[in-house]
Design a protein around this ligand. Structure first.
Ligand SMILES: Nc1ncnc2c1ncn2[C@@H]1O[C@H](COP(=O)(O)OP(=O)(O)OP(=O)(O)O)[C@@H](O)[C@H]1O
Ligand SMILES: [Mg+2]
Ligand SMILES: [Zn+2]
Length: 346
């Protein structure tokens, strides 16, 4: 198996031909379709799942008698060192315990609404197995590498820079990785993307309270988390778990968004509470969290999302956009309390 990978690697020694390489094999168990040609040995593959070429170590220029180079302890009191993301002022995560409650839809529209408030915004899809950002932001294609070849350049649409595992594998290609690979890929997505200067990076989290949530909350300084839930009890139980997990790792909770609250029939305008009435708002109160706002359940939000035309940009005057803008302005006020009027950035 090694020789197969080594042979394939020899065929694609340049970064561009690396990008053309279509398949690789993981740990002798599973075949993984990926666009990026990966490294030549099994252990190196685990070290570099996204196949970003390595930079040779910079030559050390040190005067005589200066002693050994200072090293930063990687672990302090057993916890991984938090590392800021270069150029990024604030990082927030959009999370929930439960799947399918609208985290990705909220992340996208929240990011776009905040970008509309003169902030430089990026969007990172932390869902390695089920990335949604390429479709929702109508983006595809392989990210280029920076001139130094050690970082990925995000793709941009609607003025928001985006990075997703979905850019690196095809839309229908499953990522069949064990935890170690997923965590390493996540670290590369966190620290090897050239965001440039951003006021805010929004991270769209996968469902659950597992490895990804822990890695993100322990490895990067999060300014806070937005918890999304439907008003349904079954979603709220998991939302509570999500809240408690972030509290446990000392990440501030910015508040709760209630998604799919009211349904307004597009034909007769009849209003119904399909998933119950006000459950997330009540839960926020019980857990002493701020309630950031409601987003109604509406087929237009779903249809526009599927078309890669997020409602905030494609229907800027709609009621749905007003919901997202109201949530966005609460988040902005929490992140920049002195910003009565958001400053314009160049
Ligand atoms: N307010 C809404 N009105 C109508 N449809 C919605 C709304 N919010 C989300 N949806 C739809 O619900 C589905 C799930 O939304 P989304 O993908 O954002 O959830 P998620 O929490 O990110 O899911 P996952 O846990 O799988 O990542 C999508 O089809 C989306 O278009
Ligand atoms: Mg999602
Ligand atoms: Zn009706």
């Amino acid at each position: 198996m090694h020789s197969t990978i080594a042979f394939r690697n020899a065929m694609c020694a340049t970064p561009l031909s690396r990008l053309a390489c279509q398949r690789s094999t993981v740990a002798g168990v599973i075949s993984l379709p990926t666009k990026r040609c990966i490294s030549s040995t099994r252990s190196a593959f685990h070290e570099n799942p996204l196949g970003i070429p390595r930079k040779p170590p910079a030559p050390q220029v040190r005067g005589p008698g200066t002693g050994p180079a200072p090293t930063m302890p990687r672990m302090q009191r057993g916890l991984p060192q938090k590392m800021p993301i270069k150029g990024v002022k604030h990082i927030i995560a959009v999370a929930s315990g439960k799947g399918g409650v609208g985290k990705s839809t909220t992340s996208v529209n929240l990011a776009l609404a905040i970008a509309g408030m003169n902030k430089r915004v990026g969007l990172l899809d932390a869902d390695i197995f089920g990335p949604s950002i390429p479709r929702l932001m109508n983006l595809s294609g392989e990210p280029e590498l920076t001139g130094t070849e050690d970082r990925l350049v995000p793709l941009t649409n609607f003025g928001v820079k985006c990075m997703s595992m979905g850019f690196l594998v095809g839309e229908e290609a499953p990522v069949v990785w064990r935890g170690l690979m997923v965590m390493k890929a996540l670290q590369q997505l966190l620290h090897q993307v050239e965001w440039g200067d951003l006021d805010l990076l929004v991270i769209d989290m996968p469902p659950g309270t597992g490895d990804t949530q822990l890695t993100i909350s322990q490895q990067i300084p999060l300014s806070g988390v937005v918890i999304v839930s439907t008003p349904q009890d079954i979603a709220l139980i998991d939302a509570r778990k999500g809240v408690n997990m972030f509290k446990k790792v000392n990440v501030p909770i910015l508040g709760m968004v209630q998604n799919m609250s009211l349904h307004v029939c597009p034909k007769c305008s009849h209003e119904s509470h399909i998933f119950g009435d006000g459950g997330a708002e009540r839960t926020a109160k019980e857990m002493d969290l701020d309630f950031l706002g409601d987003v109604a359940l509406h087929s237009e939000i779903c249809q526009l999302s599927d078309k890669g035309q997020p409602v905030v940009v494609s229907r800027p005057d709609s009621k749905h956009t007003q919901y997202y803008k109201a949530i966005a302005s609460k988040v902005v006020t929490k992140l920049w309390p002195s910003d009565t009027r958001p400053p314009s950035s160049p």
